[in-house]
Each structure stands twice: as C-alpha cells, then as structure tokens.
Design a protein around this ligand. Structure first.
Ligand SMILES: *[C@@H]1O[C@H](CO)[C@@H](O)[C@H](O)[C@H]1NC(C)=O
Length: 340
C-alpha cells in the first residue's frame, strides 16, 4: 500500500514537471512568427533544436511583458530608468545570473599608493570634456570575461587621455593572465598584476584579436614582431564605499574599474535613464567608470559607466547609475595609475 502510494506520487511529480517545462506545447506565443524571426536575425540567434527555439521564444515573450510593465511604471514616474529588449531577452533571469558567478580575489595586492591629483571638476563628461572615443566592446555570453574587458578598456582610455589611442586586447589578458578561472571568477587585479609585476605588454586588438566564440581561455600566444601594445607600470585601489576618492580620480582622467552586481532583470534589460540597483541575487561583473554628471531629465546625480555587453545594451553600451551617499558605487575599485 505504502509502496503504491510512493509509486503514484513519483509519477504525479514527473507529470507535473513535464507539463511545467514544455512551453512549446502549453504556451500560446504572444510574439508573432515575424517578430520572433526578426529578433533572431537582429541578434544572430540560432538554436540547436526546435524545442530550444520554442523555449527561447517563450522567455522572449515573457520578458517583453515585464519590460513593457516596467516602462509603464517609468511613464508614471515610478522609476527613473527604462528597459528594452536585447541579446539577453531570450533567456531566463536565472540563466543570465548564472553567467556571472561571484568573483574570487587574490589574497595579495601589489597596488601603489594613490598619487596626488587636483581637485576634480563639478561634473566630468569624458566625451565632451576630453574628446573620448572609447569603443564599446561585446564580451559575449560564453566566457565571463568582464574583468579582462574592463581592465583592458581602462588602460586603453588612460592611454588615450595621454594622447595615444590603441585599442587593447581583452583576449590577451584572458589567455595570458586568466589562470584557470579566466571565464568564471577572475578579477581585473590579476590582469594588472600580470602587466606590472611581470613587465608584460598588453597587445592591441590587431595583434591579439578578441574572440567571443570560445568558452574557455586559449593558449597565451606572443604575436610576431613588430607588435603594438601598451605597458602598465602601476595600478592603485580605492577603499570600498569611498566614492569621493573615486570621483576625484575619475575627474582627473583616470578611468576606474568597479565590481558591480549584474543579477537583476533591470540590469539585464537596462535601456536609458538613471539606474538604481533593485534587489539582486549574488554575482559579479566589472565595468569602467568614465565620468559623473547630473541627469538632465531627473536632476539626479549620476555616474557614467561603460559596460562590455555591446552597443545593443543600455545607452549605446553605457549606463548612468545613481550617485548618492546611500548606495556607493566604489566596490573593489581599481585603476591603472601609470603607463610605462
Ligand atoms: C576564435 O577561436 C576559434 C577557436 O579557436 C577559431 O576557430 C576562430 O577562428 C577564432 N576567431 C577569431 C576572430 O579569431
């Protein structure tokens, strides 16, 4: 009798699970065939099976509804930023979150003391104030490499502020300094340590192309001469929560890399406006703080931050994050301090 009960319970559970996870059969698509095809074309999406295609279409349609709801709240002035569909919209939030496991830090740091800088300007827009042309990168979704993309970008921008623009390779850092965790839990400091302590060059993207089609680091390859690249001789760190110091350096032409928790539906689909961090799960991502301003629409103070999710995410690849004393942005903040 008891065994029969267990047997029945087992099959009832299996049945419930199979019904729950078969969207292709039990969900009517809110997204038309044409719209779904257009989404796939826009983002170059292909799915291995029709089942996978149907599942992706289901999440796309589900996410579109949440995006619409959020934007209605924006229209009612209940939030300060908007959302939009992008390359992540065919994913569940939990899948997106899983791309960004919590970072693991080295136990030692070899940072240099903060050098002296002038008082920063009241606002700092790197594009209008410094003529920055920093290209937005796309790290893809196969390798969690924000640490390398942000580290490379910060050095590239520092060098541009100093007069030379050489697009620098994140792949170089992934392959050569990423150790065994380059696509999982690595941090920008490891890239800076590789360059400063071992006197290595970070190569240009021409010499060492980025490659987002691989999910693990490649072999570290030294490109044949003549090479173009950059050397870093020092980096510095900023105490967690010390936004005043971060602002001081950003305002004096030092792009600062921060750790940021990306695990929210809102960050996943951020479009425009002043982002305020909602409830998150745990996770780590890294971005480059470029400037600080006052938002014209809301009057709120903001940080201007560059991401590496391509230009289809956010404001052409960038995000404005609310700048206030309650939720400081400086977390494991680190920046290239001196080029060799
Ligand atoms: C990326 O790596 C793959 C696998 O090693 C290779 O086949 C492909 O040509 C590479 N793409 C680029 C742009 O280097």
């Amino acid at each position: 009798m008891w065994n029969t009960f267990k047997f029945l319970t087992f099959w009832v559970v299996i049945f419930a699970i199979s019904v729950h996870f078969k969207p292709s059969e039990c969900i009517s698509h809110a997204v038309s065939d044409g719209d779904w095809l257009q989404y796939k074309l826009t983002y170059g999406k292909t799915y291995a099976t029709t089942q996978a295609d149907a599942l992706a279409r289901y999440y796309y349609s589900y996410n579109l509804k949440l995006i619409k709801k959020h934007n209605q709240n924006y229209d009612r002035k209940l939030t300060t930023f908007t959302l939009k569909a992008n390359q992540f919209t065919d994913m569940r939030l939990t899948q997106f979150n899983a791309l960004f496991p919590p970072a693991v830090y080295p136990t030692m740091t070899f940072d240099f003391p903060l050098n002296t800088v002038q008082n920063p300007p009241a606002t700092f827009n790197p594009f209008t104030d410094q003529g920055l042309v920093s290209e937005v990168e796309d790290q893809g979704i196969l390798c969690n490499s924000g640490w390398a993309y942000s580290a490379a970008k910060s050095i590239e921008i520092l060098q541009q502020y100093q007069g030379t623009l050489i697009p620098l390779s994140a792949q170089n850092l992934i392959d050569c300094s990423g150790r065994s965790t380059a696509c999982r839990t690595q941090v920008p400091q490891t890239g800076f340590d590789y360059l400063t302590m071992y006197d290595q060059v970070i190569y240009s993207t021409t010499d060492y192309p980025n490659n987002i089609t691989i999910s693990e680091q490649n072999m570290c390859i030294i490109p044949p001469a003549p090479i173009t690249g950059t050397k870093l001789s020092a980096y510095s760190v900023i105490t967690d929560g010390d936004d005043a110091t971060m602002l001081r350096y950003v305002g004096n032409n030092y792009p600062v890399v921060i750790e940021f928790n990306p695990t929210s539906f809102e960050f996943m689909h951020y479009a425009d406006g002043v982002f305020q961090q909602p409830r998150t799960s745990t996770g780590s991502h890294f971005m480059v703080v470029l400037g600080y301003e006052e938002d014209a629409t809301s009057g709120l103070n903001t940080w201007l931050v560059q991401n590496s999710f391509g230009k289809t995410w956010g404001k052409g690849g960038r995000i404005s994050i609310r700048r206030d004393a309650v939720t400081p942005l400086a977390k494991h903040a680190i920046f290239p301090a001196e080029l060799a």
